[in-house]
Design a protein around this ligand. Sequence first.
Ligand code: FMN
Length: 381
Amino acid sequence: MISDADRRIAPGSGSDGAGAHDAAARLRARRRLDRLWRRGAEFLGSDLAIMGGAMTWVSERGLVAAISNGGGFGVIACGSMNPAQLDAEIVATLALTDRPFGVNLITLHPQLLELIDVCAARRVGHIVLAGALPTAAAVARIKGSRAKLLCFAPALVIAKRLVRMGADAIVIEGMEAGGHIGPVATSVLAQEILPHIREVPVFVAGGIGRGEAIASYLEMGAGGVQLGTRFVCAHESIAHPRFKQAFLRAGARDAVPSVQLDPRFPVIPVRALANDGTRKFQELQREVIDRYSRGELSQKDAQLEIEHFWAGALRRAVIDGDVETGSMMAGQSVGMVTREQSTREILDELVEQAVSALAAREAEDDDDGRADRDGRSRAGA
Ligand SMILES: Cc1cc2nc3c(=O)[nH]c(=O)nc-3n(C[C@H](O)[C@H](O)[C@H](O)COP(=O)(O)O)c2cc1C
């Protein structure tokens, strides 16, 4: 007998005739999913080990609370907020959810230590440090606040070093992700890092759009996952309707890394939807490099001009809806964002897909087992 509670645990479970067998299989698959991500979920304090990756301007109180209320783990993107703004955002989020959520801080923020103090004063349970390798001072300040510390690791040696420094969990994010990216794919990072980091849970991010991929990374040893792009078009996301429309129209190949024209002038790679802005960025680089070559600009000024190009551009796109020249940060999973949905629906869908994948594996195992038994009994006859 499949109860209503069980149907909620394993959506798609029926209770009629042949459906009852499937329903029982789905329940077993859901329990397997819970076992697979138990470590990550216990670490986060959430029902699902699905983190809503912090997205500057997008991951504010509304979306963060919706993800946490839906059973996932929302993370506020501090971005360039000052301590008073971050404090207000945390307070506003606390008013919308009593479920755990975290705060993502950029290590290069000039007021990083003050921001950590704000989190400590509001008893934020989890801090994610993004950007460059954190300093020992920042790590000590977070550990002193008793918050759990999550750090991004772009390679195994760095993951090991971060664990030695005191990271309580690691996030590995591949180049399929939206926003700032490294050079290595999620699938490769997962194989490189998951078998070797057992001390702390590892969350996999980048390119995850469906639950089947979640199930696979969990089976490879991940403690949980982090998704960003998939949540941009949630009803609760404040992203401008034009920003959301662009996501709904885009396919995987529209989300491309920024192009660097000259190795003397490094460009930090950012994955975003190609638009007039990305084309103008290449023109600007060409023009700045020409001026530098003619001796009209110093190398430092040329680099600054290139870096300055995108200042304020993400806000322009997300908040003002300038999809032509703003920064349309998006991951390759954007092709799997096909409609606006509630955050809860997105989370339910991901869980349902993961459960279906695990149930299908179990059904195959059963078939193999039956075939083996049949084969043995025929051989014995
Ligand atoms: C619009 C946008 C803004 C982002 N901003 C940040 C940020 O401020 N800090 C951060 O650590 N990651 C940021 N990210 C990365 C996400 O937190 C998350 O790791 C990533 O989106 C996961 O990959 P996916 O997009 O393939 O799901 C951003 C991503 C997007 C799409």
